[in-house]
Design a protein around this ligand. Structure first.
Ligand code: PMP
Length: 404
C-alpha cells in the first residue's frame, strides 16, 4: 500500500505513524514518547513471523527471538558504554528497577539520600522500607530556581558516609537537569554508592557509563521511543555479586531440587519469568533510530525549541513559573494566576493539545512550592515551533474563556 503522509508534518514526525493518524499536538513526552514506525514494525514482525519464547526452546523461531532479544542487550551496552553485557538487565521500567535495587541491595544502607525533585518512584520504595525524613532518608534541598544544593549534599554525605544516593538526572516535572557527574564524583568521595534515575535521560542526552562512573543507572523504554512495560538497569560489574535477585523462578536457575536452587549469573539470574520479549526487541530499534538522528541534532533542536517555548509562554499574562530554564530541558511547568490547571487541560484537550496537568508524580516538591500541581509542556525532538504556536493560541483561547 502506498504511504500517505500528512503534508504539513515535519521530517521527524513522518517517522511516527501517530502523527500521520492524528491532529493532536503532542506535548506530553515526559509521560511517554511516541513510537517510530521501525519500532512498531518490529513488534508486528515478531508477532506475525517468529513469535516464540526465548532462552528455552531450540527451534529456529525461538532461536531468532532469543538472538534479537540478546542483540538489544549488546546494542544498549554499546549505547551507554557499559563494559559488558552482564551489566545490562531488562526490567518493566524505572519503577520496577528502583524497587528492585531498593529491596534487594540498598536496604542494607543506613541512609538513603535523594533530591527534592524526585518522582514518587524514587520516594515511595524508600518509605516502604520504613524510612522517613531524617530517619534513614535525607533530602537534598534546592534553591528558588529548583537547583540542586551541592553544599547541602556534601553536608549530608559528611554526616552519613557510605550512604546510598538515589537521584534523578532530569526532573520530569520541571525539566531541571542535575549535574550527575559532579553528584556521583562527590558521593564517591564519601564512599557512597549512587543510583541515577535516568527515566527522562535517553530521549534527550547521550550518556556514558565510563565517564559517569555511576554504580546503578535505571532507564525507561517508553520514554525513549520504545514500547511500554520495558526498562533496563545498568549495574556496575563490581556490584553484581552483592545484588540479590529481586524475583526468582523460571529462566534464572542453574540447578533446582526440592531442597535448594542455584542461580545463573547476571543478567539471567535477574530476569525471572517470560520477559517482555517484543518490548526488548523494539527497544533496540528505538536506540538505532536515535543513533540514526544523532544526539547532537536532538540536543540542538530541543534547546532551540525549549527557549522558544519559554519566550512565547512569557508573553502570556499572569503566567507563573517555578524555575528558570538554565540547566533544564524537556519539561516546562507553569500556572496562571487564579486559574485551576485542570480547567486548562479540559479546554486544551478540546483544541487537540495533549499535555499533562497535576502533580506529575512529584507531590513533595509541589507541597514545597505550596501548589497542587502545574500545567506541564514536555517536548521531544519531533516537536516544532508550529506545535508551540498552536499551544500558545490554544492557551490564549482557554484563558479568555476562563477569565470571563
Ligand atoms: N522517574 C522519573 C523521573 C519519571 O519521569 C518516571 C516516569 N514518569 C519514572 C521515574 C517512572 O518510570 P517508568 O514509567 O519507566 O516506571
Amino acid at each position: 500500500m502506498k504511504k500517505t503522509y500528512k503534508k504539513d508534518i515535519n521530517m521527524f514526525k513522518k517517522d511516527f505513524p501517530y502523527f500521520q493518524n492524528s491532529n493532536t499536538i503532542y506535548l506530553d513526552n515526559a509521560a511517554s514518547t511516541q513510537k517510530p514506525k521501525c519500532v512498531i514494525d518490529s513488534q508486528v514482525e515478531y508477532y506475525e513471523k517468529y513469535c516464540a519464547n526465548i532462552h528455552r526452546s531450540s527451534f529456529s523461531h525461538a532461536n531468532k527471538a532469543t538472538k534479537n532479544y540478546e542483540n538489544t542487550r549488546k546494542i544498549l551496552k554499546n549505547f551507554i558504554n557499559a563494559r559488558c553485557i552482564e551489566e545490562i538487565i531488562f526490567t518493566k521500567g524505572v519503577t520496577e528497577s528502583i524497587n528492585f535495587i531498593a529491596s534487594s541491595y540498598a536496604k542494607e544502607f543506613k541512609t538513603v539520600i535523594i533530591s527534592s525533585l524526585e518522582h514518587h518512584s524514587n520516594i515511595v520504595p524508600w518509605h516502604m522500607q520504613g524510612r522517613e525524613l531524617n530517619r534513614g532518608l535525607e533530602v537534598v534541598s534546592c534553591d528558588d530556581n529548583l537547583n540542586f544544593n551541592m553544599q547541602h549534599f556534601e553536608e549530608l554525605l559528611k554526616q552519613n558516609p557510605k550512604s546510598f544516593v538515589s537521584i534523578t538526572h532530569i526532573s520530569n516535572a520541571f525539566g531541571k537537569i542535575h549535574d550527575i557527574k559532579s553528584i556521583i564524583h562527590l558521593a564517591h568521595k564519601y564512599k557512597a554508592v549512587v543510583m541515577i534515575d535516568a527515566a527522562q535521560s535517553l530521549a534527550h542526552f547521550k550518556v556514558d557509563m565510563q565517564e559517569l562512573e555511576v554504580d546503578f543507572f535505571v532507564m525507561s523504554g517508553h520514554k525513549t521511543f520504545a514500547p511500554t512495560g520495558l526498562g533496563a538497569i545498568y549495574i556496575k560489574k563490581e556490584h553484581l555479586k552483592n545484588v540479590q535477585a529481586y524475583q526468582t523462578g523460571g529462566a534464572t536457575i542453574h540447578e533446582v531440587d526440592y531442597n535448594s536452587s542455584t542461580l545463573l549469573n547476571s543478567p539471567y539470574k535477574f530476569e525471572a519469568g517470560t520477559q517482555n520479549i517484543v518490548g526488548v526487541i523494539g527497544f533496540s530499534k528505538a536506540l538505532e533510530y536515535i543513533l540514526s538522528i544523532g544526539y547532537e541534532k536532538i540536543e540542538t533542536i530541543e534547546n532551540d525549541l525549549y527557549i522558544y517555548l519559554d519566550e512565547e509562554l512569557r508573553k502570556l499574562d499572569d503566567i507563573i513559573f517555578y524555575n528558570d530554564i538554565n540547566k533544564a530541558i524537556g519539561s516546562r511547568s507553569f500556572n496562571f494566576k487564579n486559574i485551576f490547571h485542570d480547567d486548562i487541560a479540559i479546554l486544551l484537550d478540546k483544541m487537540n493539545i495533549a499535555l499533562r496537568v497535576g502533580h506529575h508524580c512529584a507531590q513533595p516538591i509541589m507541597k514545597h512550592l505550596n501548589i497542587k500541581g502545574t500545567i506541564r509542556v514536555s517536548l521531544a525532538f519531533y516537536n516544532d515551533k508550529n506545535d508551540i504556536d498552536k499551544l500558545i493560541k490554544a492557551l490564549k483561547k482557554a484563558l479568555s474563556i476562563l477569565k470571563k
